[in-house]
Design a protein around this ligand. Structure first.
Ligand SMILES: Cc1ncc(COP(=O)(O)O)c(C=O)c1O
Length: 422
């Protein structure tokens, strides 16, 4: 099978090579050659070592049906375990009946529903901000906020570990970008200092909880620098809302610094068990983004079903703290268990628990070992992580049972010993 595939791929690559040999010097090349020559994914699939895009047939709590059997899942972002909650499903069905399947238009034109305004009002009071705005994805929320607020003469200061959606947002803006080493505020200080004479505004942008390492940003340190250099602060709390803080309001609440975060961006695709994104900020800032952000204006509005599910998740977040408490109990059990086994969890402080494995090949072998043991998870390989630092990105949810967490620990122990990671 592998040979057949390689042969087929070689034939196609040879054809492409022949084509290019026949090209006249200076003639344009086929821009799609890179696609036709891309074979790594097929080769990995053929050798049983392609850990991505694995289809899930059904999901129940902490388990999924995949590969024809029941597996324990770790790595999803369903932190509060609400994706299967009947109240969210009922709310989504009700919204479907009231508003239909799609808005089929931009918020700017025909796509604003009363439900958008209800949800935005509720979010603003939850986040303790004057106003909120929803987006069709968290990714689009990041693009919208940064690209609208960072102008040509402004400077963006980025933690190197920031999420890809923030990096793409910087590309869409015309601002300059300075990257500081992960959570290294001395480095950030030096960069701000070096720009002291530059015109334009400064905006510090950081994840609240970093999606690969599970670290929490040093928010008190950022706030200190923001004040010292008259900068603005944008925090992407995709992995923090519903998770951090006494009431689940995120990184700002966790540190008692909510008012210092000028803009909070977030997603409905994690604790809110839905899809979509949001921002919370001063009314004037929201109003500006609403009228300037291309990724907000030139795309269809967030559909009613997703909003109804998110709104119900918000009700639950505000009234039932037991989901968050259960989540943190599970984190303590799983992370404590992994550390006791001797795994390096890279100092994670949150439900995201990275497990350091090392080289890519070893991480793929580790993933395959876990897959065979009935664990549904994924590795993170370069460029998502530094070379030689591949991880299995696990995460814990509120609906993992003790028995499921113990199954995970036992599978990690078996594979970790087999591959000499522990
Ligand atoms: C830190 C961070 N920001 C933004 C996003 C984008 O969110 P969404 O899935 O809603 O597009 C993600 C999603 O993975 C994320 O981890």
């Amino acid at each position: 099978m592998e040979d057949d595939l390689s042969e087929a791929l070689d034939t196609r690559q040879n054809a492409a090579a022949t084509d290019s040999a026949q090209e006249r010097p200076g003639a344009p090349r086929d821009a799609f050659a890179k696609a036709f020559n891309f074979s790594r994914a097929e080769l990995a699939e053929a050798s049983g070592l392609h850990p991505y895009f694995k289809p899930i047939a059904a999901q129940h709590g902490g388990t999924v049906q995949a590969n024809g059997r029941e597996m324990v899942i770790t790595g999803s972002n369903d932190y509060l375990g609400l994706t299967q909650d009947d109240r969210l499903k009922d709310a989504a069905r009700g919204a479907l009946d009231d508003f239909g399947t799609s808005c089929t238009g931009s918020r700017f034109l025909t796509g604003t529903l009363t439900l958008h305004e209800t949800l935005e009002g509720r979010l603003a009071s939850f986040l303790r901000k004057e106003a909120a705005l929803t987006f069709s994805a968290g990714y689009l929320g990041c693009l919208s906020v940064v690209s609208a607020l960072a102008g040509r003469h402004d400077i963006l200061y980025y933690d190197r570990e920031n999420h890809a959606s923030l990096y793409d947002a910087a590309r869409l803006s015309f601002a300059s970008v300075r990257k500081y080493d992960h959570n290294d505020l001395d480095h950030l200080d030096r960069l701000l200092q070096a720009d002291a004479d530059k015109p334009g505004g400064r905006i510090i942008v950081s994840d609240g909880v970093f999606s690969m390492s599970g670290h929490i940003v040093d928010l008190p340190g950022l706030v200190e620098l923001k004040r010292r250099y008259d900068a603005r602060l944008i925090i992407d709390d995709a992995h923090a809302t519903g998770v951090l803080g006494e009431n689940g309001r995120g990184t700002g609440e966790h540190f008692g610094l909510e008012a210092e975060v000028d803009v909070i961006v977030g997603t409905f695709s994690k604790s809110f068990a839905s899809v979509g994104g949001f921002m919370g900020a001063d009314r004037k800032v929201v109003q500006f983004v609403k009228h300037h952000a291309r990724p907000f204006i030139f795309t269809a509005a967030l559909p009613a079903m997703q909003m109804a599910a998110a709104l119900t998740a918000l009700d639950i977040m505000e009234s039932e703290s037991e989901h968050r408490h259960r989540l943190w109990q599970n984190v303590a059990r799983f992370r404590g268990g992994m550390q006791a086994l001797g795994f390096d969890t890279l100092g994670s402080e949150t439900p995201i628990v990275p497990v350091l494995v090392g080289e890519d090949d070893r991480a793929l072998a580790f993933w395959k070992g876990l897959w065979d043991e009935g664990v549904f998870t994924t590795p993170a390989l370069p460029p998502g992580v530094p070379p030689g630092h591949s991880i299995i990105r696990t995460s814990v949810n509120a609906n993992h049972t003790d028995e499921q967490l113990d199954r995970l620990l036992s599978a990690f122990e078996t594979v970790g010993k087999h591959l000499g990671v522990i």
